[in-house]
Design a protein around this ligand. Structure first.
Ligand SMILES: N[C@@H](CCC(=O)N[C@@H](CS)C(=O)NCC(=O)O)C(=O)O
Length: 208
């Protein structure tokens, strides 16, 4: 199995699952700083020109959440639950995350960190204000949901935790306003105790 990744929030998700489950994955680094994701050879794997992507025999997959689900199912892991209702809950939170929580966190990460890091200019203040407003709105939903819970979906760790948490390891760089969200911080502090989440990246040696 070949997993195409880079050290970014969307790359973290499948790398963390592969490491958590100790799967026999060949990690293939796609250097976004050199534009390798736009090369025709890579677009043949992911026509979106983005990481991550996975090839497993005849299976060619892109979209980080789908790749996490595939890896968990392949391993027979409860990261992808067997109960239909819990599967629906995982889907609900992953879809919500893409549409709302990580979407606006990602906008802040882009404005507050990526633009400067890659010489793309200063943050656009109007964009920061708009993203902050939405981030606060959806962080409130997540914080209330996590009250009295250790995981997004009751019953244990699932890929919904890794999906919804994906922007949080870079919260400082993205200047995510998390101060008032004690439940989110508690939940993510616990996730960071999982070595595969804290350190998902293959060593230089392991990466092809
Ligand atoms: N919805 C996609 C998003 C993938 C994505 O945007 N990846 C970013 C890195 S976090 C990327 O490859 N960006 C490179 C580019 O836009 O050229 C997923 O979850 O896999």
């Amino acid at each position: 199995m070949d997993l195409y990744y880079f050290e970014t929030p969307n790359g973290r998700k499948p790398c963390a699952v592969a490491r958590y489950l100790n799967l026999p994955v060949t990690f293939r680094r796609v250097d976004l700083t050199r534009g390798e994701q736009k090369a025709a050879e890579y677009r043949a794997i992911n026509p979106n020109g983005r990481i991550p992507a996975l090839i497993d025999g005849d299976v060619k997959l892109w979209e980080s959440h789908a790749i996490m689900a595939y890896l968990a199912q392949k391993a027979g892991s409860s990261l992808w639950p067997s109960e239909p209702l819990r599967q629906v809950e995982v889907l609900r939170w992953l879809l919500w995350d893409t549409a709302h929580f990580s979407r606006h966190a990602g906008r802040l990460f882009w404005e507050n960190y990526v633009k400067r890091a890659f010489g793309l200019g200063e943050p656009n203040e109007a964009e920061v204000a708009d993203a902050t407003r939405y981030f606060l709105e959806f962080a409130q939903v997540l914080d209330a949901h996590l009250e009295g819970r250790d995981h997004i979906v009751d019953g244990g760790l699932t890929i919904a935790d890794f999906g919804v948490a994906s922007m949080l390891p870079t919260a400082a760089e993205g200047k995510l306003p998390l101060t008032e969200f004690a439940q989110i911080r508690r939940w993510h502090d616990n996730l960071l105790k999982i070595p595969a989440w804290r350190e998902p990246w293959p060593s230089a040696k392991a990466a092809a």
